[in-house]
Design a protein around this ligand. Structure first.
Ligand SMILES: NC(=O)C1=CN([C@@H]2O[C@H](COP(=O)(O)OP(=O)(O)OC[C@H]3O[C@@H](n4cnc5c(N)ncnc54)[C@H](OP(=O)(O)O)[C@@H]3O)[C@@H](O)[C@H]2O)C=CC1
Ligand SMILES: CCCCCCCCCCCCCCCC(=O)[C@@H](N)CO
Length: 301
């Protein structure tokens, strides 16, 4: 992949994706808001250069607020470095909390950043990709974009939305040799996860522990490999693999092997999933009982 644009490229998973692409010889444009963070990330990415022609360009823009602005900065970047071969939509954020405690504005904010913030950059590069009859578009969803989980009433829908977008866009783009990848990372050790953990309900923590915490460079390596190969779905770890096979629905299939694996494993994975669901329900029930007991104890004091 000669030229990659990575939104959210100044931190966490996006930064690791940029490093991985750079390590493979790509030119990079990092897109995010904070300019200082962008410059620091640029220096980190440049350490992975494999030849002296490679460059990292930084673009400061809010991907979710104004389409015209997003279109303009992408146009400028393409004038400098040529057409984008791969766009990775990784800018996003997460919030965990109980439905009734979540401020209503948050639902809109997450939808705007995680969903529209992926629509706008994609819309801005797609015409050129179609003309060139090549390209890759990556959407970074989440395992919480495959299952609705306690604490993620605002976050999960914004990640589920990416699935509808990715499936519809892939069907439109396939004849033009453009491949869409939808990635479903598990909890990943980034500044965002640290921030999120400060206010995460205990239930969400206990349920998420199922698939563990991964390092951003592990997630990035798998994601870039899947995107380069043109795989529709990209998952991490054994739980990620099971979830993706189980929730494949009518999503496009990339290889005969993948299709056969889905057919053969689906019944088994549904069986395993029912046990997981049972254990998640019991986590939720135990946490509720514990909360009520400590509330009652507080009253008695
Ligand atoms: N960490 C995790 O556990 C998981 C994360 N994900 C998803 O991966 C993606 C990246 O997460 P992670 O690396 O952890 O997050 P980080 O907070 O570490 O990085 C987020 C990046 O997005 C940028 N960004 C945020 N808002 C905007 C905006 N409005 N316009 C442009 N850029 C923006 C940030 O820069 P700046 O603030 O300067 O704009 C930063 O570069 C998110 O979509 C997240 O939902 C999915 C599964 C698990
Ligand atoms: C066969 C069935 C297998 C079932 C396995 C179930 C595993 C559930 C774990 C869900 C983890 C959710 C991580 C969300 C990460 C995220 O997006 C936020 N951390 C963002 O910051």
């Amino acid at each position: 992949i000669p030229f990659s644009g990575v939104t959210g490229g100044s931190s966490g998973i996006g930064k690791s994706i940029a490093m991985e692409c750079y390590r493979q010889g790509a030119f990079i444009t990092l897109v995010a808001r904070d300019e200082e963070k962008l410059l620091r990330a640029k220096k980190d990415v440049e350490k992975f250069a494999i030849n002296d022609k490679q460059v990292v360009l930084c673009v400061s823009v809010d991907v979710s607020s104004d389409y015209t602005q997003v279109e303009n900065v992408i146009k400028q970047a393409q004038e400098k470095l040529g057409p984008v071969d791969m766009l990775v939509n990784c800018a996003g954020t997460a919030l965990a909390g109980k439905f009734e405690e979540m401020e209503v504005e948050r639902f809109k904010e997450l939808m705007e950043l995680n969903y529209l913030g992926s629509v706008y950059p994609s819309r801005a590069v797609i015409t050129t990709m179609k003309e060139r009859r090549m390209g890759r578009i990556v959407f970074v969803s989440s395992q919480a974009g495959q299952i609705g989980l306690f604490g993620y009433t605002a976050y999960s829908p914004s990640k589920f939305a990416l699935r509808g977008l990715a499936e519809a866009l892939q069907m439109e783009m396939k004849p033009y040799n453009i491949y869409v990848t939808l990635a479903f990372p598990p909890d990943t050790d980034t500044p965002l996860l640290a921030e999120e953990n400060k206010s995460k309900p205990l239930e969400t923590k206990l349920i998420s522990e199922t698939s563990g915490v991964w390092q951003p460079d592990q997630v990035a390596k798998i994601l870039v490999k899947d995107a380069v190969q043109g795989n529709f779905s990209s998952s991490v770890g054994p739980d990620g693999y099971m979830l993706s096979a189980l929730t494949c629905g009518m999503s496009p299939v990339t290889s005969i092997t993948e299709g056969l694996q889905q057919i053969v494993t689906m019944g088994l994975f549904r069986t395993i999933a029912l046990f997981y669901l049972g254990s998640f329900d019991s986590i939720v029930r135990r946490c509720m009982i514990q909360r009520e007991q400590s509330k009652a104890a507080d009253k008695n004091e």
